[in-house]
Design a protein around this ligand. Structure first.
Ligand SMILES: [Cu+2]
Length: 143
């Protein structure tokens, strides 16, 4: 399947182990948080109803993972489109305002996406597709 091929390629490119995909294991872990080291590139896959983590490994296959970042450190967050719906990726503060113009272009092609590079700041509260912000949104905790 195309999706599996893309993930395998991504994993191979990143040099990390291929995530073990178990049918039906996708689900939101509302209480779970994931500490991300600055050197670990964050990669997400975009769906209309949610984001899914791809990298680093601890967030693989997790829906809308809550990401814990270190304030003052630089991070890279890439997203890849699943399907042909338009998405973007923005970083919001608590009021739903975009922080530091951090929003990608809208991309509507399967397998394509865009990347945000930013310095983690405590005012950052969510990463979100602004076109589907009711469901395609995850928390950021910067501390
Ligand atoms: Cu979207």
């Amino acid at each position: 399947m195309v999706e599996h091929t893309r993930r395998a390629l991504l994993n191979a490119a990143g040099g990390s182990a291929i995530a073990i995909a178990v049918a039906g294991c996708l689900g939101s872990d509302d209480d779970e948080t994931y500490e991300i080291a600055p050197e670990d590139e964050i990669v997400l896959e975009g769906y209309v109803s949610h984001w899914v983590g791809i990298e680093p490994d601890p967030i693989a296959d997790v829906r809308n993972p809550t990401l814990v970042l270190e304030a003052g450190e630089s991070y890279t967050m890439e997203w890849i489109n699943s399907g042909d719906m338009m998405h973007d990726l923005a970083i919001w503060d608590d009021d739903g305002e975009i922080v530091d113009d951090l929003i990608t272009d809208e991309v509507g092609a399967d397998g394509e996406g865009d990347t945000l590079e930013f310095t983690a700041d405590p005012e950052m509260a969510n990463y979100v597709c602004t076109l589907h912000s009711s469901d395609q949104i995850g928390h950021l905790v910067v501390e």
